[in-house]
Design a protein around this ligand. Structure first.
Ligand SMILES: [Zn+2]
Length: 277
């Protein structure tokens, strides 16, 4: 696990075991707020050790940016913390998350003892504001990667934990195209010092606009290809050939996972839109 300090008392942890997934910690005087957990217990336990033992601050809240297991499976390692999320995140975790965990347990020894810990505090409209010490955290809906997506904006430091709506390559297979556009366009208006993506490296102030633009350009490139495919006799064959680099993204992003995400994006959009979009 990599640890990076992005502002005074704000840390980002990046997995070295699974898809460069990230988690964050905002350290207050009396306690800490985590934003997501990492996919495997050993890495989440490293975060716990760092925050609770080395910094000496108990984790009081864990915010889940969305229900996917790579971000939420560590919740149960903080039994005394209050887990906070969008209302949809709780219901998706309780249904799809529960099924996914049962399946994952069959293949992974590390996940044998993992339990679900459902969010206790949820919101379904507008924003939720969480305060810790002198910090104000705005929990803002940012759907698109998934319907329950939220971001956490640390107001005083202008740091946004965006969840998976912002990744080195957009990933839509469980998401909504139009919602992702709306969420991405909101990000540059937040005047950020630091944008923490759900996977991959954090983006510094001067690069935020470019990073968001690059994702928007990728999204319009794949839309063009899906529309073209719909007019062909063998759309699936065409979509298989759509090159990721031609859509403006490098195939080596996310340790090479990018290409797989790219193919799934095309298939998902084609299934959703089919002909005539
Ligand atoms: Zn993820």
């Amino acid at each position: 696990m990599l640890r990076e300090r992005v502002s005074d008392d704000i840390y980002v942890f990046t997995s070295e075991l699974y898809a460069q997934v990230t988690a964050g910690a905002v350290i207050g005087l009396e306690g800490a707020v985590l934003i997501d957990t990492l996919a495997l217990p050993e890495e989440t336990l490293e975060i716990k050790e760092f925050v609770e033992k080395r910094l000496g601050r108990p984790v009081r809240y864990v915010v889940n940016t969305h229900h996917h297991s790579d971000h939420t499976l560590g919740n149960a390692l903080f039994p005394k913390a209050l887990v906070v999320s969008h209302t949809l995140c709780r219901s998706l975790l309780d249904t799809r998350g529960r099924e996914a965990l049962e399946q994952a347990r069959e293949h992974s020894r590390e996940l044998q003892d993992v339990q679900l810990h459902l969010p206790e505090l949820t919101f379904s409209h507008g924003e939720l504001v969480l305060r810790a010490g002198r910090r104000t955290m705005r929990l803002i809906p940012l759907p698109g990667h998934s319907a329950d997506g939220i971001g956490v904006l640390v107001v005083e430091d202008r740091v946004l934990f965006a969840g998976d709506v912002m990744m080195p390559i957009p990933y839509l297979a469980d998401g909504d195209y139009e919602h992702m556009l709306t969420s991405l366009k909101a990000i540059p208006r937040m005047k950020l010092e630091n944008l923490v993506q759900g996977h991959g490296e954090s983006v510094l102030r001067g690069e935020v606009a470019n990073a968001v633009r690059s994702n928007l350009q990728y999204l319009s490139a794949i839309r063009r290809h899906v529309r073209r495919a719909a007019r062909l006799r063998d759309p699936e064959a065409y979509l298989l050939e759509v090159d990721i680099e031609e859509c403006g993204k490098s195939r080596i992003l996310m340790n090479g996972l990018a290409e797989q995400l790219h193919s799934r994006n095309l298939v998902a959009l084609y299934r959703l839109w089919g002909e005539g979009h």
